[in-house]
Write a protein that binds this ligand. Sequence first.
Ligand SMILES: Nc1ncnc2c1ncn2[C@@H]1O[C@H](COP(=O)(O)OP(=O)(O)OP(=O)(O)O)[C@@H](O)[C@H]1O
Ligand SMILES: [Mg+2]
Length: 269
Amino acid sequence: MLAAQTAGAPPHIRLQGVRKVMKTERGAEIVALSGVDLDIAEGEFIAVIGPSGCGKTTLLNQIAGLAEPSQGRILLHGKEVHGPGRDRGVVFQGDAIFYWRTVRRNVEYGLEIQGMPKAERRDHAERYIRLVGLADFAELYPKELSGGMRKRCQIATVLANNPDVLLMDEPFGALDYPTKCQLQEEVLRIHTREPRATVFVTHDIEEALFLADRIVVMERGRIRRIVDVPFGRPRDSALRIEPAFSDLKAELWALLEGGHAPAARGHDG
Ligand SMILES: Nc1ncnc2c1ncn2[C@@H]1O[C@H](COP(=O)(O)OP(=O)(O)OP(=O)(O)O)[C@@H](O)[C@H]1O
Ligand SMILES: [Mg+2]
């Protein structure tokens, strides 16, 4: 469910004519993004799918402020973004956690940087460690965790900073199917409890459908289509076997395979 948008207020996130040209080592130019326009509302969950190299990570990095657009603008609450900020939390694809810190001390890291007093920091970190189901593992080091647990640790670390916007780049790409499903359900639970604008990049159509309010389908640096996901919230695993879910999955498959999806739900970007 989306938080109400105040009449006349700018959208939470607005991408306006975003173009990004990359230069290779040999001086060639690659147009990674072109003509990207997208508005994301408060609390809205957007999934971004599309073939490898179509610009998904580039898009996420632009919103994160890790790179500037070559043309166009990215606005947060109407203000142009320049550079990264604590208002945007990024969960990277790899294991972006400190191997010399325990789970607890990883989750506390951003709070330490902010200068939060120790006792408060403990309580705050504890809350997020519980939220991602790592309460029994808080004193372990990353090498003592499974891949799924390390991902949970990363998510808790990002959420503990209480970002306005959550940006996730194929966070569950490397995980086995049951772990992936479990973490998707946790992401839904957290989103219900603490709704925040989320951009979630994935290769996985089922994951996109299960999590998102809208799915942005990209192709060669452009938004090919934006598909509205009609399923209400809260959602649970039963949704995965509903006929409407399978139908939409098939439509998205057809779209990604290059065929013409019969979906009337989406609109071309
Ligand atoms: N640092 C870079 N320098 C030059 N070109 C780059 C750079 N990073 C990405 N690109 C190019 O930009 C395009 C988009 O890359 P991007 O990483 O956004 O794709 P992606 O959709 O995230 O792919 P994947 O699904 O494989 O992660 C690709 O053609 C890639 O070669
Ligand atoms: Mg990528």
